[in-house]
Design a protein around this ligand. Structure first.
Ligand code: MSP
Length: 666
C-alpha cells in the first residue's frame, strides 16, 4: 500500500551561510523523498530558515545592517543554494513570514488560555549558540559542550510553559512507540533525560532586551523565544502552504523529522510537550543523525571549519558528495569529512567502480554490436550475479526505511565487485576477437550492463541527475516515480538488447588525488595563520606560486585633486548571485550605507566561482563611476581587483583589518 510521508529538515539559523553539515540533512530529506517516490509513495518535503533570536540580532548588528535585511539575505542564500543543487523541496518556510507569525501567535494564545503558560522570575545560564538555557549537568567545565562558550547568567521575569505537566505522558508515548525516536541510542538518551523531573520552559524575552522575535499575543512587552517560535514551523507551513488551502490534517500526522543530535532535546522533549498542550498529534518519527566532523570537531560556523556546498559543487560535483555522505556515515553516528577521504572514496567506488564497469562493458558493446548486447546464454556465475542483484533489490526498501544507507551501498559494492571479477575472468575484450564466442561475449557484457542499470536505479535517489544520465544512455527511460512498480523496474534481465548505443561518456572521471594533495598542502600552509578561519574551505583557495613580475609603465601623472574625484567606498556584500547566461560575471549587491544596496556586475566568476562567498565581506567600490546598463541589468559601480603574481588569477582587493562600511577610502 502506498504511504504518505512528510519529511522535514531543521530550519537553519541564518547567522551564517549553508555548509555541508546543513546540506547533509537537506540531501537526506531529498533522497528519502526520491526513494519513496520510486516506491510509489507520496511525499512532502519542507525546509527553511529560522530567523529570530539573539544570535541573529547579534550577527546583523555586527554586519551593520538591519536584522530584516540581514535575514532576507542569508535566507536567500540558503534558498538559492538548495535550488542550484536541485534540492526538490515542496515548501521553504521562513519564520519571519506572516503565515508563520500568525500561527505561532494562535498557538501561544491557545496554550495560554488553557493555563499552560504563566509569568515568573527566573535565573538561568543561557547559551546564545544553542538559544536555550542549559542545566548544570549539561555543562562541561562550566562551558557549553557544543559551542565551547561560557553561558550568560540571566535573571529576568518571563513567561513559562508548564512543560513538566506533560512529562509522564511523554514517557508513556516513547515507551509505547519504540521506534518513535531512531536510532535507539537517542531514544535511550531521551528516556534517561526524562528520569529527573522536567523543569518548565522559559518561552519569552522582554522587548527591552530583545525585539527581534514574535510578539506574545497576550503581552506586547514580550517576544517569544526561539524554540517556541521555530518548532511550530513544521505545522505553520502546512496550515498556510504556497498552494493555499490548509493541508495540515493530511500531512502533519505522517511527519518524519530529520535532525542531527544537537537538537534532539528540543525535538523529542520541548516539541512533543508543546504539541500535547496544543492538543495536536505528535509527529510519526524523529530520525536523528550524528555529526560531520572536520578533524576532531563538529563542522560548524562557530568553529570555522566549514565546506560550502556550492564551492564543493564547482570542483567535484554535489551528487558525488551525496554519494559520499550515504556511503560514509552510519546513520546515527558521527563521520569525518576531508577532501582527501572524499577523493579516495570517489575514485574507488565511482571512477574505478561503477564508472569503470560501465565504460569497459559499454565500450566493447559499442565496438562489437553498435548496440546493447543480446542476453546470450546464462552461466552459473552470471546466474549467481543475477541472484545477488535480486537479493539486493529485495532488501533495498528495508535498508532505506531503516536508514541503513551505508549498508545498502556496501551491498551494492559487493555486487559490483562480483561483476567485475566475472568480467576479469571472462575477458570479453579477448572474446570479441573470436567469432565463435560471440554469445559468451554478449552474455558477459549484458550481465555487466544490466548490473549498471540496476545500480543506477538504486542510486538514483542519492545521485538523481547522474543516474538519470546513465539510465538514458542505457536506453532505460521508464520514469522512477512509482508509475512502474519498483520490483518490475529492477527485475534482472530488462536491458533493451538491440537498442543502439554510443561510445560511453565518462560519467565519473578520475580525480587526480596527487594534484589535489599538493593543492591542499599549499593551501593549508597559506591559511595556517589566516585570521578568517572560513578560509579552511580549502578548495575555494587556489593559490599560485610566486613568479617575477614585469610592471607596465605608469599612466600619466595626476594631482591629488584628480584622485579625490574618484569616490572609493567600503561596501559590504549583502548577497552574491550567479548571472544566468554569463560566463564571467557575478552579480553582487553591495551595501555602502545608502537606502538600497548597489547592484554591481563583476567579471570575477572564473576566479571566484561561488558568488555567495562574498556575503558579509567588505570590498572597495568605485561609487561614482557612471552606472552602466548591461545586458543583465544596471551595474552601479565597480569593485577593485588586481592580478595575482603569476597573472593567472584575479584577486579582489580587501583590507588588512575591519573598516567602517560606507566610509570613503583614501
Ligand atoms: N534553527 C535551529 C533548528 C530549528 S528546527 C525547528 C538550528 N539551526 S542550525 O542552523 O544550527 O542547524 C542545525 C542542524 O543543521 C543540525 O541539526 C543538522 O541538521 C545540520 N547540521 C549542522 N551542522 C552539522 C554537522 N556538522 N553535521 C551534521 N549535521 C549538521 O539548530
Amino acid at each position: 500500500m502506498a504511504q504518505s510521508i512528510y519529511f522535514t529538515t531543521p530550519i537553519y539559523y541564518v547567522n551564517a551561510e549553508p555548509h555541508i553539515g546543513h546540506l547533509y540533512t537537506t540531501a537526506l530529506a531529498d533522497t528519502l523523498k526520491r526513494f519513496h517516490r520510486l516506491m510509489g509513495d507520496e511525499c512532502r518535503f519542507l525546509t527553511g530558515t529560522d530567523e529570530h533570536g539573539e544570535k541573529i540580532a547579534q550577527s546583523a548588528a555586527q554586519a551593520q545592517v538591519s536584522p530584516q535585511a540581514f535575514v532576507d539575505n542569508i535566507s536567500g542564500v540558503f534558498r538559492d543554494t538548495w535550488q542550484q543543487i536541485h534540492i526538490d523541496c515542496d515548501d521553504f518556510i521562513r519564520t519571519t513570514e506572516p503565515r508563520h507569525v500568525r500561527y505561532v501567535q494562535r498557538i501561544l494564545q491557545q496554550v495560554h488560555d488553557a493555563g499552560d503558560i504563566y509569568f515568573d522570575e527566573y535565573t538561568g545560564k543561557y547559551c546564545v549558540g544553542c538559544e536555550r538555557y542549559l542545566t548544570d549537568s549539561e555543562l562541561v567545565d562550566g562551558r557549553c559542550p557544543d559551542h565551547q562558550t561560557v553561558p550568560n547568567e540571566v535573571k529576568e521575569a518571563n513567561y513559562f510553559f508548564r512543560m513538566g505537566r506533560f512529562q509522564e505522558r511523554l514517557i508513556a508515548h516513547i515507551e509505547a512507540h519504540p521506534d518513535w525516536i531512531r536510532p535507539a541510542r537517542y531514544r535511550n538518551e531521551v528516556l534517561s533525560f526524562l528520569r529527573v523531573p522536567l523543569e518548565d520552559l522559559c518561552i519569552s524575552r522582554p522587548k527591552s532586551r530583545l525585539t527581534w522575535g514574535i510578539e506574545l499575543p497576550f503581552d506586547d512587552a514580550y517576544v517569544t523565544y526561539v524554540w517556541f517560535d521555530a518548532l511550530l514551523n513544521y505545522i505553520s507551513a502546512l496550515v498556510s502552504p504556497p498552494e493555499g488551502r490548509d493541508i495540515s490534517e493530511r500531512w502533519w500526522p505522517v511527519c518524519h523529522h530529520l535532525i542531527a543530535k544537537d537538537i534532539l532535546k528540543t525535538h523529542a522533549v520541548y516539541w512533543p510537550t508543546m504539541l500535547m498542550a496544543a492538543n495536536l498529534p505528535l509527529p510519526a518519527h524523529i530520525d536523528v543523525h550524528g555529526y560531520w566532523l572536520s578533524g576532531e570537531s563538529k563542522m560548524s560556523k562557530s568553529l570555522g571549519n566549514v565546506v560550502r556546498p556550492l564551492t564543493f559543487d564547482a570542483h567535484f560535483g554535489i551528487e558525488n558528495l551525496r554519494y559520499f555522505f550515504f556511503r560514509e556515515m552510519k546513520f546515527g553516528t558521527d563521520a569525518g569529512f576531508t577532501y582527501e577521504l572524499f577523493i579516495e572514496r570517489y575514485n574507488a567506488d565511482l571512477a574505478n567502480g561503477l564508472g569503470n564497469l560501465l565504460s569497459r562493458t559499454a565500450g566493447i558493446a559499442h565496438r562489437s554490436f553498435g548496440a546493447l548486447p543480446p542476453k546470450g546464454t546464462a552461466t552459473e556465475t552470471s546466474e549467481n550475479i543475477a541472484d545477488q542483484a535480486a537479493a539486493l533489490t529485495a532488501g533495498y526498501r528495508d535498508a532505506f526505511e531503516g536508514r541503513a544507507f551505508h549498508q545498502a551501498i556496501e551491498d551494492m559494492r559487493h555486487l559490483l565487485a562480483a561483476t567485475d571479477r566475472y568480467i576479469n575472468e571472462m575477458k570479453p575484450w579477448a572474446l570479441a576477437k573470436d567469432p565463435e564466442r560471440r554469445d559468451d561475449m554478449a552474455q558477459v557484457l549484458y550481465t555487466g550492463l544490466e548490473v549498471v542499470r540496476i545500480l543506477a536505479i538504486l542510486l538514483a535517489p542519492i545521485m538523481p541527475r547522474k543516474c538519470a544520465d546513465i539510465l538514458a544512455y542505457l536506453g532505460e527511460t521508464r520514469p522512477l516515480d512509482g508509475a512502474v512498480p519498483f520490483a518490475e523496474l529492477v527485475a534482472f534481465g530488462q536491458l533493451s538488447s538491440g537498442a543502439p548505443i554510443d561510445k560511453a561518456p565518462q560519467f565519473f572521471p578520475r580525480i587526480d588525488a596527487q594534484k589535489w594533495a599538493q593543492e591542499f598542502a599549499q593551501q593549508t600552509a597559506d591559511t595556517a595563520d589566516a585570521s578568517d578561519t572560513s578560509a579552511q574551505d580549502k578548495s575555494a583557495l587556489a593559490t599560485a606560486p610566486e613568479v617575477p613580475r614585469v610592471m607596465a609603465p605608469p599612466k600619466p601623472e595626476i594631482t591629488i585633486d584628480d584622485f579625490a574625484k574618484v569616490d572609493l567606498r567600503v561596501g559590504m556584500v549583502v548577497s552574491g548571485h550567479e548571472v544566468p547566461g554569463a560566463d564571467k560575471l557575478v552579480r553582487l549587491m553591495v551595501d555602502i550605507g545608502e537606502a538600497q544596496p548597489r547592484q554591481v556586475f563583476a567579471g570575477i566568476k572564473s576566479h571566484y566561482p561561488d558568488p555567495a562567498q562574498w556575503v558579509g565581506k567588505r570590498l572597495i567600490l568605485v561609487a561614482n563611476l557612471k552606472p552602466r546598463q548591461m545586458k543583465f541589468g544596471l551595474s552601479e559601480g565597480m569593485i577593485l581587483a588586481g592580478s595575482s603574481v603569476d597573472k593567472q588569477r584575479l584577486v579582489v582587493a580587501s583590507f588588512d583589518g575591519e573598516l567602517c562600511g560606507g566610509d570613503g577610502v583614501r
